[in-house]
Design a protein around this ligand. Structure first.
Ligand code: CA
Length: 229
């Protein structure tokens, strides 16, 4: 049974989310303040976190940032303000999805299921041998979701990792931003291709020696990107 953490200070919303998720067979833990939320998210292995943005104590921005620095757990961020959603998307904090309140609980359940299925598919079964991609100084363990650049391990957000792995798995193939967006962000209702540009920039900062002369992810002007081998 998948375990879900809800960090939400509005009790009525938290209860509604909890009820719907439990009815769908999930085990749900609710916490009402940011400090406890951060502590729970860091110390307990949840399969997914639903994170409110405005919280007493520590806010959702900070929780997302700290969790993402350590873990790949899918994070769905929720906020009452659409402006805040735009802001957090722009910051590239590494949340996997964003929802504006009020939303229908059934939509939340659908998104939770989609993210869990996706995460499971990407992490694969522990019984299989780890699948490794090695290209020059870059090593990607796609099973353990770890990346090394010239022997030094680098931390990637879920989407950055997915995007890098997708490109590296299809070397010398040129993809448009639209193609990459629909491949990695499979919820067509949110986000746009600018998200792809932001993530490519973040990935380059981590894997390239000189981001102005990328040796891995090449920009094909007017078309998109290609992973060079
Ligand atoms: Ca709140």
């Amino acid at each position: 049974m998948s375990k879900i953490l809800i960090v939400e200070d509005e009790a009525a919303i938290a209860d509604l989310e909890k009820d719907y998720l439990e009815l769908s067979g999930f085990e749900v833990k609710v916490v009402n303040d940011g400090k406890t939320g951060l502590e729970k998210a860091m110390t307990t292995d949840y399969d997914l976190v639903i994170l409110d943005l405005m919280l007493p104590g520590v806010d959702g921005f900070e929780i997302c940032r700290q969790v993402r620095a350590e873990k790949n757990t899918p994070i769905i961020m929720v906020s009452a303000k659409k402006d805040d959603i735009d802001k957090i998307r722009g910051l590239g904090l590494g949340a996997d999805d964003y929802m504006t309140k009020p939303f229908s609980p059934s939509e939340l359940v659908a998104r939770v299921k989609a993210h869990l299925a996706r995460y499971e598919r990407l992490t694969g079964s522990a019984m299989e041998e780890n699948k490794i991609i090695e290209i020059r100084g870059l090593k990607i363990d796609t099973t353990a979701r770890r990346v090394w650049v010239n022997g030094e391990e680098k931390t990637f957000t879920t989407k950055e990792f997915d995007l890098l792995t997708f490109l590296a798995s299809h070397p010398n193939h040129v993809y448009t931003k639209d193609e990459l967006f629909s491949e990695i962000w499979d919820m067509e209702s949110i986000g746009d291709i600018a998200t792809v540009t932001v993530h490519i920039k973040k990935i380059r900062e981590k894997i390239e020696f000189d981001t102005s002369k990328p040796q891995y992810i090449e920009t094909i002007w007017g078309v998109g990107y290609r992973f060079k081998v």
